[in-house]
Design a protein around this ligand. Structure first.
Ligand SMILES: O=P(O)(O)OC[C@H]1O[C@H](OP(=O)(O)OP(=O)(O)O)[C@H](O)[C@@H]1O
Ligand code: HPA
Length: 179
């Protein structure tokens, strides 16, 4: 897989430092609380594992699966709920864990859903924030790194369901794309 990568943007070490930094901040900000942590599959699977190990709080971990990108590099405007959570978020503080906020549409969808279900507060911790990709106005509260407006893979992020298991975030070589 390494041969398919043109440039590594965030290596394992820098991702670890981001997890430590944000984990400390979340631990401080939510001291005394028991937030629900909502991990957004599939992309956030590694970020969830690494960030949560740096959070010293009693948390309830939930996984939700939504779908916006259909394997390739282009986005669609419709988001669908693929696998829902089965616990009640009414009156709870919720921290959404995302691998990337790009157009912002996935996050908007989730925030609306949680607000409709009566969450007390909703915050977002994302590894990557691609601010130039935004199509809707929305902000993350905890950000690992700002990332430039290019399609990235690795550390949970896929191209056609591959590269999620790369331990770093990078950009694919042009010849690897088939669409
Ligand atoms: O800000 P947006 O433009 O909405 O993009 C961000 C979302 O897109 C990706 O998920 P995707 O729907 O591709 O599913 P995946 O996590 O299973 O790869 C990523 O993991 C985020 O959840
Ligand atoms: O840059 C990206 N890479 C992979 N998946 C994504 N989903 C939104 N943006 C991206």
């Amino acid at each position: 897989m390494d041969n398919d990568i043109q440039e590594v943007l965030f290596d394992q070490d820098s991702i670890h430092h981001a997890a430590v930094r944000l984990g400390k901040q979340i631990t401080k900000d939510y001291a005394g609380e028991e937030p629900v942590v909502l991990s957004v599959l599939k992309g956030a699977y590694l970020w969830t594992a690494d960030l949560l190990r740096e959070v010293d709080l009693y948390v309830k971990l939930e996984f939700i699966k939504i779908s916006s990108y259909h394997g390739g590099v282009s986005s669609t405007n419709s988001i669908s709920l693929v696998t829902d959570i089965h616990s009640d978020v009414q009156g709870r503080d919720v921290i959404i864990l995302e691998d990337i906020v790009d157009t912002g549409q996935s996050l908007l969808f989730l925030k609306k859903l949680l607000a409709e279900r009566g969450a007390k507060s909703i915050q977002v911790a994302t590894l990557l924030d691609k601010k130039e990709g935004r199509k809707v106005e929305i902000k993350a509260d905890y950000i690992g790194f700002d990332v430039r407006n290019e399609f990235v893979v690795g550390y949970g992020l896929d191209y056609k369901e591959m590269y999620r298991n790369l331990p770093y975030v990078g950009i694919l070589k042009k010849e690897v794309y088939s669409d």
